[in-house]
Ligand binder design. Structure first.
Ligand code: FES
Ligand code: FES
Length: 161
């Protein structure tokens, strides 16, 4: 049986037919919509490489069934820059060397954006570490990642003032 769902992905409305109700948002993004910036690390909710925003909240897309998110608004790493202007979190990751191989980076950046939207960590490195603990980095770039989130957080606070 074919199921039809409608998603808004990075601002564009997409009508999608699913042949299999078990397809995850991660596989839908990567294999059907060719949005391969979202990475598949473990495919079981353990690494955070697949983090995206769904209706403004960060989730592991490998654990989310696409069919359960009919009507949702999805933002992936491809959707956060504005033209040739990087998102402040992207710019901070570059400025602070928040990556090495880069495989975990899209998930780290989407998780950092989600964390900042949750407004829970502020400028406390410990809370940032805790808030980002669902995103693993095999290269061990954690110090730069925390610095990047702190920098992005500071630039957001400046913008609000
Ligand atoms: Fe989803 Fe690892 S690929 S948490
Ligand atoms: Fe290589 Fe994080 S930068 S896994």
């Amino acid at each position: 049986m074919i199921h039809s769902i409608s998603l808004t992905v990075n601002g564009a409305r997409r009508e999608i037919e699913l042949n299999d109700p078990r397809v995850t948002l991660l596989d839908l993004l990567r294999e059907r919509l060719q949005l391969t910036g979202t990475k598949k690390g473990c495919d079981r909710g353990q690494c955070g490489a697949c983090t995206i925003l769904v209706d403004g909240k960060r989730i592991n897309s490998c654990l989310a069934l696409a069919i359960s998110h009919d009507g949702a608004e999805i933002v992936t790493i491809e959707g956060i820059a504005r033209g040739d202007q990087l998102h402040p979190v992207q710019a901070a990751f570059i400025a602070c060397d928040g990556f090495q191989c880069g495989f975990c980076t899209p998930g780290q950046i989407m998780s950092a954006i989600g964390l900042m939207c949750e407004d829970q960590a502020g400028d406390d490195p410990e809370r940032i570490r805790e808030g980002m603990s669902g995103n693993l980095c095999r290269c061990g770039a954690y110090a730069g990642i925390v610095d990047a989130v702190l920098e992005a957080q500071a630039s957001q606070t400046e913008d609000k003032q």
